[in-house]
Design a protein around this ligand. Structure first.
Ligand SMILES: Cc1ncc(COP(=O)(O)O)c(C=O)c1O
Length: 489
């Protein structure tokens, strides 16, 4: 048993493990009202509730200690590719904690939540403008949930056109794993499209897969290699000529805000990740938001209810449209406070600010790529957008030190590792996304760290096999953690 009082204690036991029988965090005053009737014995607990018995101070210290062990964007550099771990401005939190937003109840009468409805309406308007779509829904509660919602909208569109023969969705091999998952959850068959030697969609392969059974193609642009799909206009006309639609996975939109619009590229449906591009916190499974925006002809098939503004009365309202809508995809109206944070960000940045953010995100990625190109090969070299992918294959062959080992080494240097082993078409991949938030000093420090870890790989490979050594949790057995997770105490 560890010494709980040791000043250098770094492992924090669970609160139940620290419990002392009879210890209380709060003492209720004596009852000065008639006691409520006892619960029917069928519903009453028979044993102890097994709650941790701890004082208020024990509890405060427990959570304060835990908070110092967590790594987040407010703590240090977090270049997790494809995840856009940008700074979350604190003014967003202030807006989300305003009582009128934080205490609103989703079942409140519309007349009492006009401000919240206006905020949602204007967020849809602004997002639609940014991506070049007509209108949308805020019901999606994550990127993957947005994908599910967007594809459900597409499926309903074809259903109403009596084109249920269109049951295939084309997805490039480099795509994020949620894309095929969302397509099959909607009952589509997933057909892979190859990447060419540039890391872009292979046009010939695409052509060979287009026919009257194709409902559409799902693409992220820039793609998961951080490369802009230069042939997007050609891809759009090929898919449209074949009667299909184009779905834009907007998880990588941080590269394009104010610079280019998926709608102008030919996309018909877009989801955005507010918890990435629009600076709301994420990670650790926290609440996200994946709004879906569509072209005019798909608007009737969006989830219901819609939010409408009645000019004559100046009031906002929910509008239910059961005839054509694809249905409801979440309880209530989506993750409302995430939407408040994103709208605050949009207002604070303005259109020039959003554009500048994307420009800096792309500049930072290219700066880091140029420095790291001298250390490790870039998987598909050239100008990148907001992220880039290195391959550590040669180092692994020469030293036995893998991308995973090197990433763990970064933890010892106080840097959160980049994304590992993704996209799967690159061997020993490390994918960096520095975001616009970081200074040149931070980027230089991370590049130096990568350089010195490479030197260690060649001089003392064992040191990296055992990394991290300074973290609270050192090297874990990743296979056991994935195959036999202990998720219940
Ligand atoms: C390209 C891409 N698409 C979709 C998603 C899914 O988003 P979410 O994690 O919010 O479900 C991600 C998430 O990392 C992504 O990078």
């Amino acid at each position: 048993m560890m010494d709980e009082f040791a000043p250098d204690m770094i492992i924090e036991p669970l609160l139940v493990e620290k419990a002392v029988a009879g210890r209380r965090g709060y003492l209720f005053p004596a009852l000065d009202v008639p006691a409520a009737p006892a619960l029917d014995s069928r519903y009453a607990r028979t044993g102890s509730a097994r709650l941790p018995e701890a004082s208020e101070l024990d509890t405060v210290r427990h959570f304060s200690r835990l908070s110092t062990m967590a790594y987040g964007v407010d703590y240090g550099f977090y270049p997790l590719g494809s995840c856009t771990m940008k700074y979350n401005p604190k003014v967003n939190e202030e807006a989300a904690s305003l009582d009128g937003f934080a205490s609103v109840h989703p079942l409140q009468d519309e007349d009492t939540v006009q401000g919240s409805l206006a905020l949602m309406y204007r967020t849809i308007e602004d997002l639609s403008e940014l991506v070049g779509m007509k209108w949308g829904t805020l019901q999606g509660c994550a990127g993957a949930h947005g994908e599910y919602t967007g594809l459900k909208t597409i499926r309903t569109y074809f259903l109403h056109r009596n084109e249920m023969n269109r049951n295939k969705i084309l997805i490039p091999v480099s795509a994020h794993g949620t894309n095929p998952a969302s397509a099959s959850m909607n009952g589509f068959e997933v057909v892979q499209v190859a990447s060419d030697e540039r890391g872009l969609v292979d046009i010939e392969d695409l052509k060979s897969k287009l026919d009257e059974t194709v409902a559409g193609i799902m693409l992220t642009n820039p793609n998961t290699l951080g490369l802009f799909e230069k042939d997007i206009r050609k891809i759009a006309s090929l898919v449209h000529e074949a009667g299909g639609l184009l779905y834009y996975d907007g998880a990588n939109f941080n590269a394009l805000m104010g610079m280019a619009r998926p709608g102008d590229m030919g996309f018909d449906v877009v989801h955005l990740n507010l918890h990435k591009t629009f600076s709301t916190p994420h990670g650790g499974g926290g609440p996200g938001s994946g709004p879906v925006l569509v072209k005019e002809e798909l608007v009737p098939y969006l989830p219901q209810p819609d939010i409408v503004f009645h000019k004559s009365t100046g009031r906002y309202a929910f509008k239910w449209n059961p005839k054509t809508s694809c249905g409801k995809v979440s309880g209530f109206w989506g993750n409302f406070l995430v939407i408040v944070r994103a709208y605050t960000y949009i207002l604070c940045m303005g259109s020039d600010g959003l554009k500048a953010a994307s420009q800096h995100a792309v500049l930072n990625a290219n700066y880091m790529q140029a420095a790291l190109r001298k250390v490790f090969p870039v998987a598909y070299d050239g100008l990148c957008k907001h992220e880039f992918v290195l391959t550590l294959e040669a180092m692994k062959e020469e030293t036995g030190v893998s991308a995973l080992d090197l990433a763990k080494g970064l933890v010892d240097m106080g840097i959160h590792p980049p994304t590992m082993y993704f996209p799967m078409i690159v061997h020993e991949a490390l994918m960096f996304e520095p975001t616009e938030s970081e200074s040149k000093d931070t980027l230089d420090h991370a590049c130096e760290a990568m350089k010195s870890l490479k030197e260690t790989a060649y001089s003392d490979p064992e040191a990296l096999h055992n990394a991290p050594c300074t973290a609270v949790i050192t090297r874990v057995d990743e296979v056991r953690a994935a195959k036999s997770p202990v998720v219940r105490y």
